[in-house]
Every structure is written in C-alpha cells, then in structure tokens.
Design a protein around this ligand. Structure first.
Ligand SMILES: C[S@@+](CC[C@H](N)C(=O)[O-])C[C@H]1O[C@@H](n2cnc3c(N)ncnc32)[C@H](O)[C@@H]1O
Length: 260
C-alpha cells in the first residue's frame, strides 16, 4: 500500500488563497447560468436517499448550509418544509447569485460570505446543518470543521452530510472497466484536482473512518452512515464510467446528532 503524500510542503504553500480565488472565478458559472438555475430551483428536490434520511428533521427547521455554492439544494430544503436556510460560502460571486435567486423566488433563504472553519455565525443557531456534494475536500482541518458544525447546532440538532466517497479519487473514469489510478492512494492526505471547476486546486483527503471519527470526537452521536454506488456528480460531457456501474462506492451519507 502506498501511503506516501504526492505533494511536498512547498507545493502546498499558498493553496488556500489560490483555491478561494479559483472558486470565486468558477462561481461566475452560477451567474452565466442564472436563468437555467432559476428554473431548476423552482422544482429542486434532494436525492431520494437524502429525503429518506432527513425524514422528520427538515420541517420547521432553521437550517445552515455551509459551502452552499449555487444554493439549489436550499430550495429543495425549503420545499421539504424548512423554516429558513442560511447559506454560507466564501465566494462573494456565489453568495450574490444565490441571494438574487432566492429573492426573485421569494423564499426564506439568506446567504452570507464567511470562511470555514471559523464562520463567526451565532452559536447554537441551527436545528440542522446540511452540507456536502463537494464540500469536505476543501477543508484542510476536519477536526476544526466538525467543531464548528457542532457549535452552530442547538443541542439535539442534526448534522447531515452527503458527499463523494473518499475512495472516489482513486477511480479512473474508464468506460470499459473500473480501475484504480496509480497516482492516488486512499491514505494520502491530499491530491491535486484535475477536473473542472477546481482544476489545479489542492483537495484534502481523509478515509471514511477519519471523517466519522472527526465528527464523533467533536461531540456528535452518529445516527446513520450509508455508502452508495451512485456518484452525486457526473461531468456533463463524460461517458458513464465503469466505476459507476453499481459495484463500487461513489458517495456516502452521514447523519449525526449534537448530544449536548
Ligand atoms: C462543490 S462547491 C458547492 C457545493 C454545494 N453543496 C453545491 O452543491 O453547490 C464547493 C463550495 O465550497 C466553497 N468553499 C470552499 N472552501 C470554503 C471555505 N473554506 N469556506 C467557505 N466556503 C468554501 C466554494 O466557494 C464552493 O462554492
């Protein structure tokens, strides 16, 4: 097993600011595609597995959505009966476009520019923290992230994450057969993203156990953990990869409760 880290410290220097700039640039897509996202927002639904796991937890909930991006899932949460959603993202471009969409549709979603892990939001202000779909990999310090998620929730509130499975960086996108990339390792701490929109940015890796234990150590009680064969995202122009044919894990869902 190769546990070596492919990036040296010099290469990793300054990557946080570069990544933040890259995300703000990439978020102009939400402005260019404003009209089609507006149409999507009008009927948006969460994934079936998300709706099942969140059953009974969304209605009347005050929700915080860290790394909210285009915020389409916020419209789905409001459709499920959330009282309000507060989207948090460090891209002013993403936040402005999401707020414009929410205002135009007249829904109870607000957006604010803030950086994880220290959002500066009020403590114990949410019943549900909903996040994922390409979020966790941008957080270098997952212990600090989990502590912040805990701080934002009221006692008894829930953290829900639907994310790429940590094995996904290892799969090739070959269409004929699933294969493991030779340049990636499950136990590496980071790798360089080679797909749009974050090409060139540093992604932080951790194992599934590493993610679960960071959340448990922050004071959460684990209630549900599921692994799924379906990826949460497929590039528009890619052929279906053999790694998505149902034999390999491509996403996971986690539900945890803030105990006290
Ligand atoms: C894959 S995207 C969006 C994910 C979102 N769940 C969605 O479906 O649109 C990841 C988002 O995380 C934001 N982000 C990355 N690192 C962040 C940080 N440290 N603090 C706040 N936002 C961050 C980026 O600006 C980007 O909008």
């Amino acid at each position: 097993m190769d546990t070596s880290d492919p990036m040296d410290a010099r290469e990793a220097m300054g990557t946080y600011d570069e990544t933040r700039r890259a995300w703000d640039d990439a978020s102009h897509k939400h402005v260019r595609e404003y009209e089609s996202l507006l149409v999507e927002a009008r009927t948006a639904r969460l994934l079936q597995c998300e709706e099942r796991l969140l059953s009974g937890l969304v209605e009347h909930a005050e929700v915080i959505h860290p790394q909210s991006g285009h915020g389409i899932d916020d419209h789905a949460l409001l459709r499920l009966g959330a009282a309000s959603v507060l989207g948090v993202d460090y891209s002013p471009t993403a936040v402005t476009a999401a707020q414009r969409r929410a205002d135009e549709l007249g829904v109870a979603a607000r957006y604010t520019v803030a950086e994880l892990p220290d959002t500066g939001l009020d403590p114990a202000s949410a019943d549900l923290v909903y996040t994922g779909k390409g979020a966790l990999i941008w957080n270098e310090d997952l212990e600090a992230w989990a502590t912040e998620m805990h701080r934002l929730l009221r006692p008894g509130g829930h953290l829900f994450v639907h994310e790429a499975h940590p094995l996904v960086p290892l799969w090739t996108w070959d269409a004929d057969a699933p294969r493991v990339r030779e340049d990636r390792g499950y136990f590496a701490s980071r790798h360089v993203n080679d797909t749009f929109p974050a090409r060139g940015a540093t992604e932080h890796q951790r194992t599934l156990a590493g993610t679960v234990m960071a959340i448990v150590r922050a004071g959460f009680v684990l209630e549900q953990l599921e692994e799924h064969p379906e990826p949460f995202w497929r590039p528009d122009d890619a052929e279906p990869a053999a790694a998505w044919d149902g034999r390999l894990p491509n996403s996971f869902s986690l539900l945890a409760r803030r105990g006290s």
